[in-house]
Design a protein around this ligand. Structure first.
Ligand code: ASP
Ligand code: MG
Length: 425
């Protein structure tokens, strides 16, 4: 048996239907190396579970209807995939839905982040159960692993910090490849040492794939998508996009940090640390080259890369006592934002004002603003957009901003960042 290990990741969009799951099987069939397959929740399941959570916390019992819809969605996929044994397969799914109900009925802890992880994690547990059973049924023998027993994190719910030392021992023992060539497991979720579930941040399955590759010293990681690779802009928003054949780790980390949806921002570090290449490929054209993300010292010529973040709020703070916004004041602001887990997308300072841009969000932001109002006058602009253009040209900037109201513009040699608003019609 070859000792080469490859890690594959299939995101929610790629397993959102029975057809998607069949495609996944077709891709997997083409490889005879050892494989770790990391799978996300199907389609929009994570969003649907977030709604269940919100209703549960608001004591709105109609969450059961949302759970029923979600169950039907999965049972439909399952019925389409299996010719026989549908009942047996459905029971496995029902067991997992039953666990969600049990948690809701017995839980006493009202912490949003804790409850989030205990409920939302089921999206991945359900999807991997279906995909693993399906692959076995078409003779792609694989072993389903509960990743919570191998990838360990601290108890920072919704943003678990990985304990690499523990995870290393546990993962090497479980993913031993002695009796199995293919393992199938969940992205996005992990487990604490005392047995609770954590999640790793939205879109975190890429990150899981990178963690597994790091721990198991994989040869490479492939993220299978419904697009041909990493594009220079989102084709749903921008015209004339092109595929990037090569992206350096450094560029990839910058892009994902600016909000490029293509990979989770934390994905690169575990790969870079072991020089493991990352491929982004289309599962519809698996023989095509896709995009290769790798270390590079050579300066590479990139076309302009555009990243648009919508639903931004630009917040401006002025100290009530007119003190300068300098180190102590900045550290006070950041400590507060950190406490409320508000992520800052851009900052701008002047003598007595500090502006920053954040994603619109209704759980943490209002509390942070309340706290800030004690010492600062707080003003904000809602419905803003933040456009980042890396490797910009003047034409591109002009084209993108001509009919916009610009709030902030920052420019370096490689990057322009603009917070703006679409002009009112
Ligand atoms: N299912 C999770 C999410 O939608 C993780 C992922 O898709 O990577 O955020
Ligand atoms: Mg997803």
């Amino acid at each position: 048996m070859s000792s080469i290990i490859k890690v594959f990741k299939f995101g929610g969009a790629s397993v959102s239907s029975a057809e998607g799951v069949r495609n996944l099987a077709e891709v997997v069939k083409r490889y005879n190396q050892n494989l770790v397959i990391v799978v996300s929740a199907m389609g929009k399941t994570t969003n649907a579970l977030e709604v269940v959570l919100a209703k549960y916390l608001e004591k709105d019992n109609s969450y059961t209807q949302n759970l029923d819809q979600l169950r039907n969605y999965h049972v439909n996929i399952l019925s389409n995939l299996f010719q026989s044994n549908i009942e047996e397969q459905t029971q496995k799914i029902d067991l997992l839905f039953g666990e969600i109900e049990n948690f809701i009925k017995s839980n006493k802890n009202t912490d949003y982040n804790y409850c989030y992880d205990q409920i939302v994690s089921y999206g991945e547990l359900i999807s991997t159960t279906i995909v693993s059973e399906y692959l076995n049924s078409v003779e792609i023998k694989n072993r389903w692993i509960d990743i919570r027993t191998c990838v360990k994190s601290d108890a920072t719910y919704r943003e678990g910090n990985i304990d690499y030392k523990r995870s290393d021992e546990l993962s090497k023992a479980t993913f031993s490849f002695t009796n199995n060539r293919i393992y199938l497991t969940q992205g996005f979720i992990a487990g604490t040492l005392f047995g609770t579930t954590t999640t790793l941040g939205r879109e975190g399955s890429d990150y899981t794939a990178a963690i597994m590759a790091n721990l198991l010293n994989a040869e490479d990681v492939t993220i299978w998508k419904d697009v041909e690779g990493v594009l220079n802009a989102d084709p749903k928003i921008f015209k004339n996009t092109c595929k990037l054949d090569f992206v350096s780790y450094k560029e990839a980390i910058e892009l994902s940090y600016c909000g490029a949806q293509i990979i989770h921002p934390k994905t690169i570090k575990p790969l870079q640390n072991k020089r493991i290449p990352l491929y982004v490929k289309s599962f519809l054209r698996s023989e095509a080259d896709g995009t290769k993300i790798l270390d590079s010292n050579e300066s590479h010529q990139y076309p302009p890369i555009l990243i648009l973040r919508r639903n931004q709020r630009l917040i401006s703070l002025t100290p009530r006592d007119f003190s300068f916004v300098i180190e102590d004041c900045l550290s006070q602001i950041f400590a507060l934002l950190y406490k409320h887990r508000v992520k800052v997308n851009m900052i701008q300072t002047s003598a007595i004002s500090f502006s920053f841009c954040v994603d619109e969000e209704k759980h943490f932001l209002p509390a942070a603003i309340d706290d800030l109002q004690k010492d600062f006058e707080v003003l904000y602009n809602e419905d803003a957009e933040m456009l980042t253009v890396r490797h910009y040209t003047e034409e591109v900037i002009k084209e993108q901003t001509s009919d916009r109201k610009i709030y902030v513009k920052q420019e370096t040699r490689s990057t322009v960042r603009i917070v703006m608003k679409r002009s009112e019609q």
